[in-house]
Design a protein around this ligand. Structure first.
Ligand SMILES: [Zn+2]
Length: 152
């Protein structure tokens, strides 16, 4: 992976649907479940402790305000979700730019089966959704969040 897609505006432009001062929320380009989103810092940051104090607060507030809104849209059963980030070379990380995955879960999703591993599929970019599916979700999310492409 030579190019960092999260520092490449033409890449983040494809699926961004919400921005705060220092962060963006993207729909994953290869979602493993419906509603699979990413929280990323706008500036290049690899690990959580590199965030400045005000960014740490902003990220936590963003997660706490966005998670219920996203779960409501994707009707996560029993408010179920995974929140995960792979940091460091031995974690299964594929992109060395901090990103936190939000994975809404349903009682009938394919990962309820013991033979399916959600973390493995994230690592391998294994998705059962087409790029048309992804664009449809992004359009709906932009409408829902009133996103008009404000990022610099
Ligand atoms: Zn970066």
């Amino acid at each position: 992976m030579s190019v960092d897609p999260f520092c490449t505006k033409s890449e983040t432009d494809k699926t961004v649907f919400y921005e705060s001062a220092s962060f963006m929320v993207l729909y994953d380009i290869k979602p493993v479940v419906r509603g699979h989103c990413l929280f990323i810092p706008k500036r290049h940051v690899v690990d959580l402790p590199e965030l400045k104090k005000h960014e740490q607060r902003e990220l936590w507030e963003l997660l706490c305000s966005m998670i219920p809104r996203i779960l409501k849209i994707y009707v996560a059963d029993g408010n179920s979700y995974d929140l995960t980030s792979q940091i460091g070379p031995y974690s299964g990380r594929t992109i060395a730019h901090l990103h936190i995955h939000l994975l809404p879960r349903r009682k009938d999703d394919i990962y309820q089966s013991d033979s399916k591993n959600i973390f493995e599929d994230i690592k391998l970019n294994r998705s059962s959704f087409s790029s048309a599916d992804v664009q449809k979700e992004v359009s709906a999310l932009r409408k829902e969040f009133g996103y008009r492409g404000l990022q610099k």
